[in-house]
Design a protein around this ligand. Structure first.
Ligand code: P1T
Length: 381
């Protein structure tokens, strides 16, 4: 099956009891048993729920994986991964990543003596330099949030495989429409399904997809034992979102390109960070591992002026100033004070997250309205 067909049908079957084309929202916490041992594989909804199962099968299918797991949020999914580790284990992570991921690593798991190294992953040698016998996980986000750096998934997978280290990729920004990390050698793919997979800014959810049965079993155990699962209604919403992922992403990519090119040509703009530009430092890798360049971009205005950035996001009208990304509606954000506020200033500025940086999640509205909105807000700064 090709991707667009998988997005709609992958891992799905009509409801066996009624033929319903969409799975019912099994809003139940438990299942009647005729004799102890569950009913058709279900006994309690933290452990399993048929609406969640339908979603987990869809997630596995679109990421070309064998096993999908859904969680109550993207961070709950990351939490489950790190819970496979033990005190003394070390993780090498990209240094440019979602602020909440940095926060759970440093503020929660460092307390349990798990050691995190944050490195720029454009340079594979800097990853190799941090590997020692305690290294158990390499964690990459690509494109990175919010600087849109691109990390070579295949090159990192080769390093991880050679050393027997687990390799996970946060595929939230790209989605499986644009890249499939498992096909490039990753062991584990993670999503904040809150974003493009849900696609309508109406649900918070996380997802993991893997191919290895032992790894899946470890994660299923943690999913059930720690219990950060999503409910049946949220499962239904994300399943519904996935069915239009390919058409939404196509438009996100078109609009993202048009906005990036408009900003790049504007006299008040200093830098635009978008992997589709030939001048982007990782453009060649982006072209190699992604099918298009997505709808996320960041930029600074000339003079790198904090006040101008705040005025810009306050004056946008079609772009809503809000946390999150990947919904049908365009959003703007100020990473330094919003999504990345939990990263110390000196740390975030090293990767380019300066006080004047603005991030855009370009939605699927009419492109003329998006450009006109940016034009009028830039005229005021
Ligand atoms: O918000 P949650 O569903 O828990 O997912 C966390 C997360 C993980 N990984 C990436 C790349 C993310 O962007 C996020 C969440 N990000 C935002 C809320 C944001 O506005 O960037």
């Amino acid at each position: 099956m090709k991707f667009n067909t998988k997005a709609i049908h992958g891992g799905q079957q009509h409801d066996p009891s009624t033929g319903a084309v969409m799975p019912p929202i099994y809003q139940t916490s438990t299942y009647a048993q005729t004799t102890p041992g569950g009913h058709k594989g279900y006994e309690y909804s933290r452990t399993g729920n048929p609406t969640r199962t339908a979603l987990e099968n869809a997630l596995a299918s679109i990421e070309n994986g064998k096993f999908g797991l859904a969680f109550g949020s993207g961070l709950a999914a990351i939490d489950a991964i790190i819970k496979m580790l033990k005190p003394g284990d070390e993780v090498i992570s990209t240094n440019d990543l979602y602020g909440g991921t940095f926060r759970i690593f440093t503020k929660i798991f460092e307390q349990y003596n798990i050691v995190f190294h944050f490195v720029g992953m454009d340079n594979i040698a800097s990853v190799e330099a941090k590997i020692n016998t305690n290294t158990k996980l390499i964690w990459a986000e690509t494109p990175t949030n919010p600087m849109l750096n691109i990390i070579d998934i295949k090159a990192l997978a080769d390093v991880a495989k050679k050393q027997g280290i687990l390799f996970g990729v946060d595929n939230t920004f790209a989605t499986p429409y644009l890249q499939n990390p498992l096909d490039l050698g990753a062991d584990l793919v993670m999503h904040s399904a809150t974003k493009y997979l849900g696609g309508h800014s109406d649900v918070v959810m996380g997802a993991l997809i893997v191919n290895d049965k032992d790894l899946a079993d470890k994660l299923y155990f943690i999913q059930n034992a720690s219990g950060a699962v999503c409910g049946p209604m949220d499962s239904f919403l994300v399943l519904r979102g996935i069915k239009t992922l390919h058409v939404r992403m196509q438009r996100h990519c078109e609009n993202g390109r048009a906005v990036a090119e408009f900003l790049q040509a504007h006299s008040k703009i200093e830098n635009v960070y978008w992997p589709g530009f030939e001048s982007h430092p990782n453009h060649e890798i982006a072209k190699k591992q992604m099918r298009d360049f997505g709808g996320m971009l960041s930029f600074t205005t000339k003079g790198n002026n904090y006040k101008a950035a705040i005025s810009m996001v306050e004056n946008l009208k079609v772009f809503t100033l809000a946390e999150s990304l990947g919904g049908v509606e365009s959003l703007s954000g100020h990473p330094a004070s919003m999504t990345h506020a939990s990263i110390p200033k000196e740390e975030r500025e090293k990767t380019g997250v300066v006080d004047s940086l603005i991030r855009l999640s370009v939605g699927i509205e009419d492109i003329a309205d998006l450009i006109a909105d940016l034009e009028q807000a830039l005229a005021k700064i």
